[in-house]
Design a protein around this ligand. Structure first.
Ligand SMILES: [Zn+2]
Length: 270
């Protein structure tokens, strides 16, 4: 399911719920029970709002536990890169991380690992962790457990085939949207679901300076930062601004006494 399809389905679902509640309230009013009608409307609207919130807001705990920050009293932060690997950007990111001696966590797409096996092997060879972002960026907002598992296990198989020896058992859902059955099925397989503390929206290509300043705003102990070294599908996008922003981001963090670790290390520390 694409992002557009998922949002359309969510809109029709909540629209349908709202229409049903409005009809029920109108029925009650016609039969002289205005208070009940109001009650149905207000609880219904509250339920709709909660549903929308739970489905749309990444890290919302109603649909299963999502790890989205580490110890807020320590001095550690984690850099994460999604949607890769994609030459030449993954290489640029790795060069910047390597030059600074920083290790990060890459949530890669199975289909990109298939396309660029050398790039994904290089991530692991340079001491970073290769984690799972599903096969093809399919949106799992309404996914069954079986559909979600096929995304995650398909990506894991693609990583192993590409030569990744030890894929991290961490899964980040595309856009952070994950149904309850999907969450259950994935965690039963031993995966932990990972979110992020705050998005930087580097995919909008606002300029490396803006990426640095936005990142600096959210840099705090325990933060998991979300950046991108790739994209799904066959379109061509540019992630060079993200790579270019890294030296300044790392410098800023270090000037505040923060150290970079992987998400797994952050989980062990907490
Ligand atoms: Zn993604």
């Amino acid at each position: 399911m694409t992002k557009k399809q998922a949002l359309r389905r969510l809109a029709s679902l909540t629209g349908g719920l709202f229409a049903t509640q409005a009809a029920a309230a109108a029925h009650c009013r016609r039969h002289g029970r205005p208070c009940l009608g109001k009650l149905i409307m207000s609880t219904g609207v509250a339920a709709d709002t909660l549903l929308l919130y739970a489905v749309l807001v990444p890290n919302f705990p109603l649909l299963g536990k999502v790890y989205h920050h580490g110890n807020r009293n320590g001095n550690k932060v984690a850099l994460t890169f999604d949607d890769g690997p994609r030459p030449p950007y993954t290489g640029q990111v790795l060069d910047a991380l390597g030059a600074a001696g920083v290790r990060a966590t890459f949530f890669v797409l199975g289909e990109n690992a298939r396309r660029y096996p050398e790039a994904v092997r290089r991530i692991e060879a340079e001491g970073h962790r290769v984690a799972n972002h599903g096969m093809d960026h399919d949106i799992l907002m309404f996914a069954s457990g079986a559909a979600a598992l096929s995304q995650v296990m398909g990506a894991e198989a693609a990583l192993r085939q590409a030569g990744v020896r030890d894929p991290a058992l961490l899964f980040r859902a595309p856009h952070g949207w994950l149904s309850l059955p999907a969450h259950r099925a994935i965690t039963r397989r031993g995966y932990r679901v990972v979110g992020w503390t705050k998005g930087v929206w580097d995919t909008a290509n606002p300029g490396a300076d803006r990426i640095v300043s936005r990142t600096s705003e959210v840099l705090a102990p325990g933060s998991i930062l979300l950046l991108h070294d790739g994209w799904g599908g066959i379109s061509a996008e540019d992630r060079s601004q993200t790579a270019a922003a890294l030296p300044a981001i790392i410098g800023e963090a270090r000037s505040r006494g923060l150290e970079f670790i992987t998400v797994e290390e952050m989980m062990r520390e907490a």
